[in-house]
Design a protein around this ligand. Structure first.
Ligand SMILES: Nc1ncnc2c1ncn2[C@@H]1O[C@H](COP(=O)(O)OP(=O)(O)OP(=O)(O)O)[C@@H](O)[C@H]1O
Ligand SMILES: [Mg+2]
Length: 574
């Protein structure tokens, strides 16, 4: 393809860039994977061997495709070289180098991170005294069976030993007929903890928000770190709406008394905003619960224009009232002492929850050791242990790997989690950084597998602000679709996706922009939209089963399902 493809200037910049980390951010079909492969080709032609690169993909299929593409590009390059210069023999250095890469492709580290971790463990098991005779738990059913057996045993123990405390925890999350609610929660917490580099630390941190020292509620970590920023955002948002409402009244000459009423709301909101970080809980509660708006003139007889403007103003004010009512119901239903009592009670339950999850985690690990099995999450944790082990052999392993990899390349970087990020950070170099990451935060579809797109977003902003940390290149053109498909996609997604749903707004910057130059201009401009109706009106929440069955290869169906699931979570509708 390299001969035929006319790379855009930004794509060329991505292919050639060197000497720093690089984050490539671009929408679907903008050539991210294509330029990643072209960058590998360029490195090979400059003398790098393919086993000096670590290339991480998110599925085995993607890794297989990447290897196939590289193989075909290398072969093409060999043919071109031989055709261009018939005297070029297979013994020429360039051709020998290319042929060697074909041989190395079989052992190249172009794989999922799990597959790479398995290799690391097989090579460096001695660093952490791991018995090298283990079997990988590839059968999900077997893993679930062991998990259930271990949890049953741990639960029995807790019933016996913790008595009332554990009963309370069970009652809180289960119903009369089954304990499934608690079991599901424990497994979910366990899975989440496992996606972090330090699972126990993460679990221990869960009780922190309930920590009340002797001071008032508004000095607690819960209020200061969690509730206060949320309240500030809300009140700022209300003030913004109010300014718009006031502007409507003045711009369109509406009833002056309405302006007085809005002025009084402005005073109330500004006072509240100032006092959020100083007043007591009960004072804030009173202000929020007693919030009122004076009479506003909504209809103007014989003046439909003014009536329409008054209606727009009324919608903004209704929005403010609704927002305030939500704050009142959700956070300020109880007075200070009641909230303090609730938090003390909740803390005890969360502590027991953390204890149960930790005990399950320890017992599960012991049982897997006893059976000589490892699951996928073990592969990543054991790799992290090898790479962070401070004994001599651990340090040697880390140095060896860092020296081996000239570059650490990650496709679909938006789907990375913090454990995987720690591993990649350890394997990559500093000054100059040698991480090459491509992704699209809008396509983050693995949050239910605990991917953390904030890792992508953090670098996206950090590299823009601190070029020394890394370069950032945005690819704007979409090459996968014809223009009308781009337009329709933009039309639909600009309405479906915003920051709460997709981490970033689907705005001008995110739009798919038609890139190809060689499509005939007289192509039909119609777009077919295929809608699939499901059996039920309200599809159930994604279950564990959906999560396991979800396949990235079925991306069109998968993506839409995920967006809808997220949307329903936020807006309560589907
Ligand atoms: N400069 C270009 N000119 C013509 N076609 C291109 C160009 N760049 C990429 N393409 C083609 O666009 C299509 C999409 O490219 P690619 O799969 O690399 O995109 P991507 O950004 O990785 O997509 P995704 O976000 O789905 O992973 C491919 O068929 C590729 O060959
Ligand atoms: Mg891609």
């Amino acid at each position: 393809m390299s001969g035929a493809t006319q790379y855009t200037a930004s794509q060329q910049a991505v292919i050639k860039q060197q000497g720093n980390n690089l984050l490539v951010s671009a929408s679907a079909g903008s050539g991210k994977t294509t330029v990643l492969i072209e960058r590998i080709m360029r490195k090979i032609l400059a003398g790098t061997n393919i086993d000096q690169l670590l290339v991480v993909t998110f599925t085995n299929l993607a890794a297989k495709h990447m290897k196939q593409k590289l193989e075909s590009q290398i072969n093409k390059r060999i043919s071109t070289l031989m055709a261009e210069n018939p005297s070029e023999t297979t013994a020429s250095p360039v051709i020998r180098q290319l042929r060697q890469q074909l041989n190395l492709l079989g052992v190249a580290n172009i794989s999922t991170l799990d597959a790479f971790c398995l290799r690391i463990i097989q090579r460096y098991y001695y660093v952490i005294d791991l018995d090298p005779v283990f079997r990988l738990l590839t059968d999900n059913t077997e893993g679930l069976l062991i998990r259930d057996q271990v949890w049953d045993a741990v639960r029995e123990q807790l019933y016996k030993k913790d008595g009332a405390k554990f009963d309370l925890l069970t009652a809180n999350f289960s119903n009369d007929r089954s304990d499934d609610g608690l079991s599901r929660l424990i497994f979910r917490l366990f899975d989440f903890a496992q996606s972090t580099p330090a699972p126990q630390e993460w679990l221990d941190g869960l009780t922190k928000p309930y920590q009340i020292d002797d001071g008032p509620l508004t000095s607690s970590a819960f209020y200061q770190q969690q509730l206060l920023p949320l309240l500030e955002d809300n009140v700022d948002d209300m003030l913004q709406k109010l300014t718009q409402a006031q502007k409507i009244v003045t711009d369109f000459d509406l009833e002056p008394k309405s302006l007085d009423a809005l002025q009084s709301v402005a005073t109330t909101l500004t006072t509240l905003r100032d006092q959020l970080s100083t007043a007591s809980w009960n004072e804030l509660r009173a202000q929020i619960n007693q919030f009122k708006v004076g009479r506003l003139k909504k209809t103007y007889k014989d003046d439909p224009d003014k009536t329409a403007h008054a209606k727009a103003m009324g919608t903004l004010i209704d929005g403010i009232k609704k927002q305030m009512a939500t704050l009142s119901e959700r956070y300020f239903a109880a007075e200070e002492q009641q909230v303090l009592d609730i938090m003390v009670g909740t803390k005890a339950i969360v502590q027991e929850l953390v204890k149960a999850t930790s005990q399950f985690s320890t017992a599960f690990a012991a049982e897997k050791r006893r059976r000589h099995v490892l699951d996928f999450s073990d592969l990543e944790h054991l790799t992290l242990q090898i790479l962070t082990s401070d004994n001599e052999s651990g340090q040697a392993a880390l140095n060896q790997l860092r020296a081996q990899f000239d570059e650490v390349m990650v496709d679909e970087y938006q789907d990375i989690n913090s454990l995987q990020e720690s591993i990649l950070q350890l394997l990559s170099r500093d000054e100059p950084g040698n991480m090459f990451m491509v992704g699209d935060v809008k396509q983050s579809i693995y949050q239910f597998r605990l991917a953390d797109p904030l890792l992508f977003l953090h670098k996206y902003h950090d590299f823009a602000d601190n070029p020394a940390h890394g370069d950032r290149i945005v690819l704007a053109d979409n090459f996968r679709s014809v223009a009308n498909v781009d337009h329709l996609t933009n039309l639909i997604f600009s309405q479906l996706m915003d920051a709460p749903v997709g981490q970033i707004d689907y705005d001008e910057d995110a739009y798919l922009k038609y890139g190809p130059k060689d499509y005939p201009t007289d192509m039909p401009q119609t777009t077919n939209l295929l809608l699939y109706q499901t059996e039920t009106d309200a599809p159930a929440e994604l279950t564990q089963e959906d999560e396991t069955n979800f396949s990235i290869d079925d991306s069109s169906v998968g993506s839409i399902t995920m967006v809808c699931a997220k949307n329903s979570g936020i807006k309560g509708t589907r």
